[in-house]
Design a protein around this ligand. Structure first.
Ligand code: ADP
Ligand code: TRP
Length: 342
């Protein structure tokens, strides 16, 4: 795979909002499938730090999450030499183009955006008379900024979860509006969403058996310490079926997590022993800890090294921004020319 314009591969773009420390669910549902795209596409990955500003208001925390997400992706296998990996805020052209594209976006389209509608619904349910109470323009304009993230890199495909599908459709819509008026001088590529299998399938369960999610505070952080990992693995809920009794592996959150991280033959053997009886939940949780720890230890080491303030992380992101700007600068220049500002 190559990232030069001579490549004929289609372009994929993955954006990650730095709003927390990545957990096992993020790894299985988002990071692993997105990294696999680099086999097939000219792959771009970026940290959507300005997007996080709609919710993260603590500067230390925003800085920490941004570095943590960047370090996680590299530790998980992203090779910055083979893909383009950057921070959104390092690409000033994005914000220039955001104004231009907001002038191509009908207000009605933003009124229908689901995050905005959900915020208004919450106001209505709590009996507020001003349905826009507490809603900032960042939340309202969010889909335009996201559209520009996608369009400025001339993206063909965007891997997303169901919740982000509408945003990619909005990006295609806004690109269409621009192309309709200025298409003889410059045409944006119309992006398409791809929804990964894990998104359509079952989510990884968390410490209370519900979907592992920051919002439920039930996560196992991908790179917590070994001691913490052991403690958290033991906290996964189980019932009181005795050791000798047969058990249903697929209804056990610990088994579901194991199945995503263990080699297939280990998963098959554990499934057999649980079904037949003779394997207790305690043993399963010990096995889960061992499997996770063996798999994650080398990644954790790399993550911790990258999180050091003197690591190469900032230089890697700066080099990535330079590569990304090589794509963004000519796009903005052509757009400016097309609209009559050059
Ligand atoms: P959270 O629910 O912790 O806030 P996000 O909404 O930030 O996580 O999700 C980021 C990405 O990780 C999305 O693509 C989402 O589908 C994926 N993801 C999050 N939790 C899980 C899970 N439990 N199982 C599978 N994928 C998940
Ligand atoms: N909105 C996405 C999320 O909340 C993050 C994001 C921002 C993104 N810009 C993007 C994703 C562009 C894909 C492409 O998860």
């Amino acid at each position: 795979m190559s990232t030069t314009s001579a490549s004929s591969a289609q372009v994929s773009l993955t954006g990650v909002k730095p709003t927390g420390e990545p957990h096992l669910g993020n790894y299985i549902g988002a990071i692993k499938p997105a990294l696999a795209l680099a086999q097939e596409y000219d792959a771009l990955y970026f940290i959507a730090d300005y997007h996080a500003l709609t919710t993260v208001r603590d500067p230390q925390l925003l800085r920490h999450y941004t570095r943590s997400v960047a370090a996680t992706w590299i530790a998980a296998g992203l090779n910055p030499d083979r893909v383009i990996f950057y921070c959104q805020s390092d690409i000033p052209e994005i914000f220039d183009l955001t104004w231009i594209m907001s002038c191509m976006t009908s207000k009605g389209l933003m009124n229908r955006a689901h995050a905005y509608k959900a915020a208004r619904d919450r106001n209505e349910e709590s009996g507020k008379t001003d349905l826009d109470a507490g809603i900032n323009m960042g939340l309202y304009n969010y889909p335009v900024l996201m559209a520009v993230d996608i369009l400025i890199m001339e993206t063909d495909v965007v891997p997303v979860g169901h919740d982000q599908l509408q945003h990619v459709e909005v990006a295609a819509d806004i690109a269409g509006s621009f192309n309709h008026v200025y298409g003889k001088d410059f045409k944006f590529t119309i992006p398409q969403a791809i929804v990964s299998d894990t998104e359509t399938g079952r989510a990884l369960p968390g410490l209370d058996g519900r979907k592992m999610s920051k919002s439920y505070d039930n996560t196992i952080p991908l790179f917590c310490s070994e001691a913490q990992l052991k403690k958290l693995a033991r906290r996964i809920p189980t019932d009181s079926t005795p050791v000798e009794a047969p058990k249903d592996p697929d209804s056990s959150p610990a088994f579901q997590i194991l199945a995503q991280f263990a080699a297939p033959e280990i998963t098959a053997e554990t499934r057999r022993r649980l079904r037949e009886g003779g394997m207790g939940w305690g043993e399963l949780k010990n096995q889960l800890f061992e499997v996770l720890n063996t798999r994650l230890s080398p990644l954790r080491e790399r993550y911790n090294a990258l999180m050091d303030p003197d690591s190469e992380l900032d230089a890697l992101l700066a080099a990535g921004a330079e590569k990304a700007r090589k794509r963004a600068v000519p796009v903005l220049a052509q757009v400016r020319k097309a609209i009559g500002i050059d």
